[in-house]
Design a protein around this ligand. Structure first.
Ligand SMILES: [Zn+2]
Length: 440
């Protein structure tokens, strides 16, 4: 399957994007990415018909905070002073901007959000409207350096940054995963629907975080350099990523490290505290499915023998098989690097299409059992059941569709989704700041 989401169309607008935060080894240089908007249609900001970027000079209060004598929610549009906008070159591109300037940050923020939206509109095969479309025509992408998190809400996506151990400041506007995760939340709302806090099931919270992570990870696999990095380090032996203790050695990619976890829903039968943790079994089930589909595709091309799969099962409890497995992939990748790459890109696009199909089948009242059912249905819709067993195996392994999650054990903290009043629409204030330890 070659998916229409391949967005490197020659007529688009060029941006320089870092696939991973630039302080990570192997990702120091930005990659040229072409987004779908034709050159000349992305205006200063950058801005287009769906989103516009603003970099205020001194924004002190985050959107969503209660302000003024009537304690109204602080909302877009930003009307205070801002830095000069990023301006396109004479051909309409933005890849001439210099890192280290507010204009580069603004262009990186916009380019990342637009790239992710392009990819997912490709998987959905239609435009995705914002859930706040009745009030705001466009999403405001706003940068507020003193905010140590990233969030999306009604009409906006707001990003700040964090400090490394060295004291160096790292803006989230340069963090593709964080932006991709927030765009993920923005995509889920209009497709799945807005939750009624009285009816919504606990599983919805875990699902939303997982879906946002999956949107980010599938999007990041559209960077040539991310695929290069992954294949150079594993030679296609992605089974090795399932071994959590080795993930750090094999990839510095934050989303892949999150996806390759060992949590199952059985871990939450007694209850849960944080929706980000509750989302991890689903993220892992989908990530494992992508790896299995990748290997099925390699098998279908006659590139790996049937026994490799059996060997992988034995690997679970026997570390001595690891070098044997790695040897098979070292040889395979040395001989057929192009085929291995194509199989991985196809597996990625199958998963993107499955997810887009699944998101359209579920409602905010969903449970994990509904998600399992919708995923299996989506598999039937997309391939007619070719990878049915792979899905069934990975969902079962994570307890999805087999076990009921227990109650929330502690009240939502500041990192949880805000459902403070019936009349307020939720905002996703994600846990990006807690993750920074893993980036150090
Ligand atoms: Zn989130």
């Amino acid at each position: 399957m070659r998916c229409s989401s391949r967005v490197r169309r020659p007529e688009g607008t060029r941006f320089l994007l870092y696939p991973q935060p630039p302080f990570l080894e192997g990702f120091e240089r930005p990659e040229v990415v072409t987004v779908s908007k034709p050159a000349g249609t992305v205006m200063a900001g950058p801005s287009d018909d769906r989103m516009y970027t603003v970099y205020p000079q001194d924004k002190k209060i985050t959107y969503g905070t209660r302000v003024g004598p009537r304690r109204e929610k602080f909302s877009p549009p930003w009307i205070g002073p801002s830095f000069e906008p990023a301006v396109p070159d004479h051909e309409g591109h933005f890849d001439h901007l210099q890192p280290g300037t507010p204009q580069f940050e603004a262009a990186h923020f916009y380019g990342s959000a637009r790239f992710v939206l392009d990819i997912w509109e490709g998987y959905f095969d239609r435009p995705i409207n914002w859930h706040f479309g009745d009030q705001y025509e466009r999403m405001e992408l706003i940068i507020m350096p003193r905010f140590n998190n990233a969030t999306m809400g009604y009409g906006f996506m707001e990003v700040g940054g964090y400090e490394l151990d060295s004291g160096e400041y790292q803006p989230f506007s340069l963090n593709f995963d964080v932006i991709g995760h927030e765009v993920g939340h923005s995509i889920i709302y209009p497709i799945v629907g807005l939750p009624d806090p009285d009816l919504v099931h606990n599983d919805y919270y875990g699902f939303h975080e997982s879906a946002a992570d999956l949107v980010a990870i599938i999007s990041s696999l559209h960077f040539d350099s991310v695929i290069d990095h992954l294949l150079a380090n594993t030679r296609g032996n992605l089974y090795a990523l399932n071994k959590i203790n080795r993930v750090g050695e094999l990839t510095q990619h934050e989303q892949i490290r999150v996806a390759a976890n060992e949590l199952t829903l059985w871990d939450f039968v007694g209850g849960w505290n944080d929706e980000h943790d509750l989302g991890q079994p689903l993220t892992a089930a989908i990530f494992d499915t992508m790896i299995d589909v990748f290997h099925e595709l390699l098998k279908a091309r006659g590139l790996i023998p049937e026994q490799v799969e059996n060997l992988s099962d034995r690997l679970e409890g026997s570390p001595e098989y690891e070098p044997v497995m790695q040897g098979i992939f070292d040889e395979l990748y040395a001989s057929y690097p192009g085929d291995v790459r194509e199989a991985l890109e196809d597996a990625r696009d199958y998963i993107g299409t499955y997810l887009a199909t699944t998101f359209q089948k579920i409602t905010p009242q969903l449970t994990y059992a509904d998600i399992a059912e919708a995923l299996m249905e989506a598999e039937q819709d997309v391939t007619g059941g070719v990878f049915e067993n792979v899905f069934a195996f990975n969902l079962h392994k994570r307890g999805i569709g087999y076990v009921e999650v227990g109650p929330r054990l502690t009240p939502p903290d500041e990192d949880s989704h805000a459902f403070s009043a019936r009349t307020e629409l939720p905002e996703f204030r994600c846990r990006h700041k807690r993750r920074r330890g893993k980036w150090r």
